[in-house]
Each structure stands twice: as structure tokens, then as C-alpha cells.
Design a protein around this ligand. Sequence first.
Ligand code: SAM
Length: 184
Amino acid sequence: MLNGRSHPNRFFRNFIHKPRAIGAVLPASPSLSRAVAAAAGAALDALAPAQAPCGVLELGAGTGALTENIRHMQPVLIERDARFSDLLRSRFPELEIRNECAVQALDNLRQPVGIVSSIPLLNNPEAAELVQALERCYLAGLVRYLVLYTYGAFDPLRGTAVSRGRRAEVVWQSLPPASVWVYR
Ligand SMILES: C[S@@+](CC[C@H](N)C(=O)[O-])C[C@H]1O[C@@H](n2cnc3c(N)ncnc32)[C@H](O)[C@@H]1O
């Protein structure tokens, strides 16, 4: 039986097995989740009428800590870890959940979308591959907006093709404090 307390426990167990791919000891905090959802909602509202509505992809949905606050946007959830994918299916039966790699999901993209990502870009040996896939989609005009968070001090996509980023919020209540970045 899954309950609210099982998510941090499961998250921590997965972190022990794959620390760099998981990238954090605990799921995103409620305040960080709300900040990401607010940024995604504002990015959607700012789209020109011809560009909206568009679908939403959530990359690295994990335990669904962000999904909780963006589920009304009906995101398609992409999660590579099979156990997290099962957890997401039980928490969000109304959403499409794909147990696959985000790079593959981005390479298969054919329609423009908004993207919310939790996949770590710091200290993740696979980050370059993900950033390249994001760049390909961005340059192809398939990214309406991208929202991500980082525990680092700087723009995690500086120097890449996804250059039009701004820090939307610093969430000091998060441990460690996190920055929410929005790219268009
Ligand atoms: C920092 S965790 C955050 C998850 C979620 N925000 C939460 O708080 O529960 C990052 C997630 O990205 C997933 N992930 C890492 N690399 C991935 C990839 N290439 N494709 C899909 N998921 C990936 C990990 O399995 C993990 O669930």
C-alpha cells in the first residue's frame, strides 16, 4: 500500500542506488513544487494565442512531487526508473506515464510542447546528452517553454542553445535552496 510517507523513503532508496541520476536526497519540497507550477502556469499564460494550448511533458517525474501541482495541465510524465513509474501510475491514474529515457522522449517529439524538468544537470554524467536533446528540440521550434529547477547558483543552461533563460524564483524554504529557471 502506498501512502504519503512512502514517497520520501522510496526516493531515498533510489538515491542510494543511483545518486547522480536521482540528484537529490529527498523529493522536491511542497514550496519548490508550487514555485515550479506557478512558473509553468505563467509561461503558458504568456504564450501568444496561436501557440497555446500546447501539451506538457514532465521529464524525470520521480515520485510526482511536481506533478501534484501541475496535474491540471495534464502533463505526459516521462520517468526512466521503473519503480518510480509504477508509483506515478498509482498516484496519477488519469495521466499518461511513459517509463522511458527523456532523451528518447525528446527525440520522438513532433509537436511543440511546454517542458517541466527535474532531471539533474549538476554532477550528472548523462546531463550533456539531455542538454543536447533539449537544444535539438529548441532549435527545431518544439519547445514553447521550459521550466526547471537547480540547487546550483548559476543558470544550468548558460552557454547552450537554450539561452533565453531567467531565474523566476529562489525558493529559500527548500533544502538546499533552489532556483526555478524559465526558458522560452
Ligand atoms: C531529482 S529527481 C526528482 C523527481 C521529482 N521532481 C520528485 O521530486 O520526486 C530526478 C528524477 O529524474 C529521473 N531521471 C534521471 N535521468 C533521467 C532520464 N534520462 N530520463 C528520464 N528520467 C530520468 C530520475 O529517475 C529521478 O526520478
